[in-house]
Design a protein around this ligand. Structure first.
Ligand code: TYM
Length: 329
């Protein structure tokens, strides 16, 4: 039995990057791997490392649950839960803080980027401690695999270091998880700068939001930057076109070589128009499903309660083992 655990923050618009790099893969892995146990959660404690409006945060937490159901995460096959509703997450974080150094946390790329942007006054400890909370999220459940995008790999590596250090001191307690990446979609790039990952915190034109209107999606793809020659080919020397090919391949369910062949004689204009239309059409369908799913809050809350119950039982067991080892009564 293999255990798969991953989380997503409810902080702002979900992007095509979240969808292709994580959410869609969670649904696929749950269906492919019949004997895996899957835990997918809304990382709202991570979300508050950046200031949030309380009402919005509440609403978005349910939005993300509804999006997970929309893209096919099935509550009969996967446990869906809310991080803040399981106190063990906060508890284990405090304990694990004693197994990580300030030097290790200071080296995290995400912390360096975000703290640079927020300036000295905005460098709160929560942002610094973010990876420890994340380590606890997966160590609580003896996770084997963590399906994430490339940007989270460094955090999973630190999680392994923390777990190993704890095990060395107190004996085998935590399983060492590994990050699993999809070969093509683990880093969906920005539409106006293919050297950066697509991110909701970037400019509006650089990302596709899952709730963007069809017109907006078509326009954003039309404006997407391209590479210097006019060939529709995948390769290191063609980062912009490669990114667009990956996106098209996911939505058309065709391989990249097939698409290269199909667009052999086409220009960038046609190519980008086609991508815009197919992504817009697909997201429009998903948005309709989302609106239906989101309406039924009673169902959403039932799914969450059931998920919290299942996850909470395991998490509490783990915390009590850990406390026992440490002499915490
Ligand atoms: P978050 O909310 O930023 O993103 C959720 C997932 O989406 C992936 N992702 C991408 N993948 C490919 N291309 C992109 N452009 C792109 N943008 C985002 C992220 O890699 C992630 O897998 N720290 C996590 C949440 C978290 C977590 C955890 C994940 C909290 N605890 C424990 C795994 C295990 C985060 O910020 O995700």
């Amino acid at each position: 039995m293999k255990r798969v655990v991953s989380g997503i923050k409810p902080s702002g618009d979900l992007t095509l990057g979240n969808y292709l790099g994580a959410m869609k893969r969670w649904a696929e892995s749950q269906n492919k791997d019949k004997d895996s146990e899957n835990f997918f959660f809304i990382a709202n404690l991570h979300a508050i490392t950046v200031k949030q409006d309380p009402e919005q945060l509440k609403k978005r937490t349910l939005d993300v649950v509804a999006w997970l159901l929309t893209v096919g995460v099935d509550p009969n096959k996967s446990v869906i839960f809310i991080q803040s509703m399981i106190p063990a997450h906060s508890e284990i974080c405090w304990i694990l803080n004693n197994y990580v150094t300030m030097g290790e946390l200071g080296k995290m790329t995400q912390f360096k980027d975000k703290s640079l942007k927020s300036g000295k006054e905005g460098q709160f400890v929560g942002l610094y401690d973010y990876p420890v909370l994340m380590a606890g999220d997966v160590l609580l459940y003896d996770a084997d695999e963590i399906p994430v995008g490339v940007d989270q790999v460094q955090h999973v590596e630190l999680c392994r270091i923390i777990a190993q250090r704890f095990n060395n001191t107190h004996g085998e307690t935590f399983k060492l998880p590994k990050a699993t990446l999809s070969d093509k979609t683990a880093k969906i790039m920005s539409l106006n700068d293919p050297s950066k990952k697509m991110s909701k915190s970037d400019t509006e034109d650089s990302f596709i939001g899952l709730d963007d209107t069809p017109e907006k999606i078509i326009r954003k793809f039309k404006r997407a930057v391209t590479d210097s020659d006019n060939l529709i080919r995948y390769g290191k020397d063609k980062p912009a076109i490669s990114n667009l090919l990956v996106i098209l391949s996911e939505f058309k369910e065709k391989s990249i070589p097939e698409l290269e062949k199909e667009y052999e004689n086409a220009g960038y204009g046609q190519f980008k128009k086609d991508i815009g239309e197919i992504v817009a059409g697909n997201l429009d369908k998903l948005q309709k499903t989302f609106r239906e799913v989101r309406k039924d809050e009673e169902r959403l809350n039932n799914i969450i309660s059931e998920g919290n119950r299942k996850a909470g039982t395991l998490a509490d067991e783990k915390v009590s083992i850990v406390k026992n080892k440490l002499g915490l009564i």
